[in-house]
Design a protein around this ligand. Structure first.
Ligand code: HEM
Length: 475
């Protein structure tokens, strides 16, 4: 027995040494870059690089917790190896700006690998060459006239939300509650439905929960870096991921069939024929023929209270919120921007360097990946005075010029930024305005530091949020 343990140990030491030696030989430039950047480079464990840190430091695989841990013990920027794939974790606005705008950094980082396997054909993950024409085409679904046409649906949904909030109990999971609402809005508008009465065919309400559970299941996959996604999805631990992915596909297929049956492929929108709701763009004959197999994945993806109140009352008064009011809700927009600065929904995202990229003070070698920590950049005192202070005035029009380029990246930046930024901003403004118009919001939380955050893809709080909504007519 002792001999067996000894042999296993010898093999382990041999593998670790061989792996690290292999890296020095075959990834010399990445090793050297990591050394120059951090003064250390070793990923140590074979096959999984130093991903074990993610498992050890997070409650489960949790990229944000891992990065916070690395920041505490090694400082940022730091290095992260996912097997032989090198990732430079960047917290510098200037570097982020260069990488996100660089024409040779349009592909997503290799760390996205397993998600890429599951959703490889969506705009978010698709290879840069195929991405370019598709992005150009789909951009038409997000132009300002289209976004304006979403207003009645967003407003109607926010009114339903106001009614639902009246029944929110103190123990309600607010993340799930608002997640469902966000997905409902996205679906109604992207699929060109007018309201819930159209939706007897499918139960869209469960879509947000499905996407959320896919994220959780995906985390389990990442926690087992020795099992590749194509095997994971076929074995028992991946059963739920497989089932939920299939369920999402089924819901989307039903919607598409429904839309086709109703012959709504031809847009009812009468303006510029190129500007059409997403559903019309995706169901156009030309697009369908070219991307037949990929259609379902594309659909899958698309997927300071007092002052706000005063502003809403000034702009809207006792009337219902109108589309024309939206652009005048400047303080409300500033509040939304400040929330996304301190709590970015997607705190980390990464790009692959197809060639050596000069990022100012250093040159990232070809084949390396750069991960942008919007979370750190947006809380960096070099760019933001008193960064943990919630101060929406930073985003008022008169102060916008003071924002350092590259220091505010909740929607990423450059040609591959978030295509849904305008849509999300309008929805958030309408929602915040309507909630604040109807409720006084109170909470026991005193500081942002009270929130324990986690993120594999989108960020959530680990602790329960204390939040109370008191109807204004009863306040
Ligand atoms: C608060 C809401 C949102 C935030 C914070 C957000 C954030 C982001 C970020 C950071 C990226 C870049 C990801 C990366 O480089 O890996 C991204 C990409 C993307 N987002 Fe959003 N997003 C939001 C809402 C939306 C909405 C409503 C839609 C669509 C209806 C959308 C569609 C997309 C797509 C398609 C991409 C990929 C773009 C491309 O690669 O060309 N997002 N988003």
């Amino acid at each position: 027995m002792l001999l067996f343990v000894f042999k296993v140990l010898c093999w382990f030491v041999f593998l670790v040494a061989a792996y690290n030696l292999g890296l020095i030989v075959f990834r010399y430039r990445h090793v050297k870059f990591a050394w120059n950047t951090n003064g250390y480079w070793a990923p140590l464990l074979p096959f999984i690089g130093n991903t074990y840190l993610a498992v050890l430091t997070g409650r489960r695989v949790n990229m944000l917790t891992t990065l916070l841990w690395a920041e505490r013990y090694f400082g940022l920027p730091c290095s992260f190896w996912f097997s032989y794939k090198y990732h430079y974790m960047c917290n510098n606005a200037e570097e982020a700006k260069i990488v996100l705008n660089h024409p040779k950094c349009l592909n997503k980082a290799q760390l996205y690998g397993d998600v890429q396997y599951l959703f490889r054909n969506s705009l978010l993950l698709i290879d840069a060459e195929k991405w370019k024409p598709r992005r150009r085409y789909l951009r038409n679904g997000f132009k300002s006239n289209i976004l304006k046409s979403f207003f009645p649906t967003f407003y109607q949904q926010s009114c339903y939300l106001v009614e639902e909030i009246k029944n929110v109990g103190p123990e309600q999971d607010l993340y799930k509650f608002f997640n469902k609402y966000a997905f409902m809005n996205f679906f109604l508008t992207s699929f060109g439905y007018q309201g819930e009465e159209d939706l007897d065919l499918v139960n869209i309400k469960k879509f947000g929960a499905l996407i959320d559970s896919i994220q959780d299941e995906f985390v389990k996959l990442l926690a087992n870096p020795l099992i590749p996604a194509f095997i994971w999805i076929r074995i028992p631990p991946g059963a739920q991921l497989r089932a939920h992915r299939a369920e999402i596909g089924k819901v989307i297929k039903l919607i598409i069939q429904d839309k086709k049956k109703r012959k709504l492929q031809v847009s009812e929108y009468v303006g510029n024929p190129n500007e059409r709701p997403l559903v019309d763009l995706l169901l156009s004959d030309a697009y369908e023929k070219e991307y037949e197999d990929e259609l379902y994945e594309e659909f899958t993806l698309f997927a300071g209270a007092r002052k706000v109140y005063e502003e809403v009352m000034e702009v809207v008064g006792d009337h219902t919120i109108q589309e024309a009011n939206i652009q005048n809700l400047r303080y409300t927009e500033a509040v939304v921007s400040e929330v996304l600065r301190i709590l970015p929904t997607i705190p980390l995202y990464g790009r692959y360097c197809e060639e050596d990229i000069d990022i100012g003070t250093k040159v990232v070698p070809k084949g390396a990946n750069v991960f942008i920590s919007a979370f750190h950049i947006q809380r960096n005192p070099d760019y933001w005075e008193d960064p943990l202070k919630f101060d929406p005035t930073r985003f008022l029009p008169e102060n916008m010029s003071k924002i350092i380029p590259g220091s505010y990246l909740p929607f990423s930046a450059g040609p591959r930024n978030c295509i849904g930024q305008g849509m999300a901003t309008i929805l958030m403004k309408i929602t915040v305005a309507n909630i604040v118009k109807n409720f006084e919001i109170t909470s026991k939380h005193k500081s942002i530091k009270e929130f324990k955050l986690e993120s594999c893809i989108s960020m959530k709080t680990l602790n329960h949020l204390d939040c109370h909504f008191t109807p204004r007519d009863k306040a």
